[in-house]
Design a protein around this ligand. Structure first.
Ligand code: GMT
Length: 375
């Protein structure tokens, strides 16, 4: 099949999922066209059936806001015609599902029919899309998609609760390539980051309010009072600077490394002992799944789709949002005993295998075929 993928090309989870999906589909023989405003961060173009088409939005001083949806719709029309794209798969409803619908309408005028598959990722529903300014357009574009998927049962339920959705929503969870974890484990170079007696705790995110970065620091602060430990903070965002200041204020700056955005998350996870994800909400928590695939247990909040990924008492522990004391106690339970830590590491890896790329990607192929058969 020839599939057009629209996504945010940044370090966010939705862009990562869209990119990994496209690359796997290409491996399975499909022709993939990424259509977005810059090359997705995890995109490796050294493949004959992976293409990238940049959406350009010319700057014009008259416009206070440059019309990205318009540029995207036009680019979609051109690319569908030029490359005979059969299915458009848009990740993140805003504004991608809306732009794709407009492209579909324009193409219909020329008797070209291309179905739209919309994948909902989380903040497009729970935080941004639910805003009254966007809600009618988001509802409309969800209902007009030929197929809609959500990355967790929790996100599906949120969507049905918050929007007047008439379309069916199929849950297709996010996925990981379990093989990746295996090969990277061989050259961890843990000694570069910590002494043998120190435990390595990691957090990866886009450092937004929703991630509760101050809870990551607070839990780590409590842990390092009890056992030798280092904290790896990976990512960029508005909460990064306040977090650096907080570490200094608490006198733990020597024990905390801020990496910024990194393409070496695999290496960092490879030497990590514990992952912290205390978010207010998370439709899925891809970062936690990636950690688990490297055998890193997860201390997380019990919110959104996280319990579908992190199993309480098995791959880690879940606590109420903001319950620092419970998160600390759970972290110390895991880290304080080598046998227990080993067991949680094994369990985390095992649980992650439920989300193996080879089990999940065929579900998208089925959706594409179904929408095409209805054309
Ligand atoms: O919150 C983020 O990290 C970014 C956001 C995005 O759209 O990229 O992530 C959302 O989609 C991810 C991939 O499906 C999910 O794993 C994240 O849980 C979800 N974030 C939230 O729901 C807050």
């Amino acid at each position: 099949m020839r599939v057009g993928i629209v996504c945010y090309p940044t370090f966010g989870g939705s862009g990562v999922v869209a990119t990994e999906l496209g690359l796997e589909l290409a491996k399975r023989g499909h022709e993939i066209h990424f259509i977005t405003y810059s090359q997705p961060v995890r995109l490796d173009l050294l493949s004959h059936n992976v293409h990238y088409h940049e959406v350009n939005v010319p700057e014009y001083p008259l416009f206070h806001y440059q019309p990205y949806e318009l540029a995207l719709s036009s680019k979609l029309v051109d690319m569908v015609k030029l490359y005979k794209i059969e299915v458009l798969h848009v990740h993140y409803a805003i504004p991608h599902a809306y732009a794709a619908y407009m492209a579909q309408k324009m193409l219909r005028e020329e008797e070209i029919y291309v179905p739209i598959v919309t994948t909902l990722h989380g903040t497009d529903i729970t935080l941004v899309g639910n805003h009254p300014f966007y809600k009618p357009a988001v509802t409309f574009s969800i209902n007009k998609s030929d197929a809609v998927t959500a990355v967790s049962q929790s996100l599906k339920e949120d969507t049905l609760r918050l929007f007047n959705v008439t379309n069916d929503i199929k849950v297709i969870p996010n996925f990981i390539d379990s093989e990746k974890g295996k090969s990277s484990f061989k050259d961890c170079q843990r000694e570069m980051m910590a002494n043998d007696d120190e435990k390595i705790i990691t957090h990866v995110s886009n450092f937004r309010k929703v991630k509760r970065i101050e809870d990551v620091i607070a839990v780590f602060y409590n842990i390092q009072k009890e056992i030798p430990a280092k904290l790896m903070m990976v990512g960029e965002g508005p909460e990064k600077e306040p977090a650096e200041l907080l570490c200094r204020k608490l006198g733990i700056e020597e024990k905390v490394v801020f990496f910024g955005n990194s393409n070496e998350i695999d290496r960092i996870l490879c030497f990590s002992d514990l992952f912290l994800l205390p978010s207010v909400t998370e439709s899925f928590g891809l970062a936690a799944l990636e950690a688990m695939s490297f055998g890193v247990p997860v201390i997380s909040s019990n919110t959104g789709g996280i319990p579908e990924v992190n199993k309480h008492g098995v791959s880690g522990y879940l606590s109420d949002v903001g319950d620092i004391e419970d998160m600390t106690n759970n972290a110390l339970t895991i880290l304080g005993n080598e046998e227990i830590l080993k067991m949680f590491k094994q369990n985390a890896k095992k649980e992650s295998q439920h989300f193996d790329i080879h089990k999940i990607v065929p579900q998208y192929e089925t959706i594409y075929k179904e929408t095409l058969s209805k054309c």
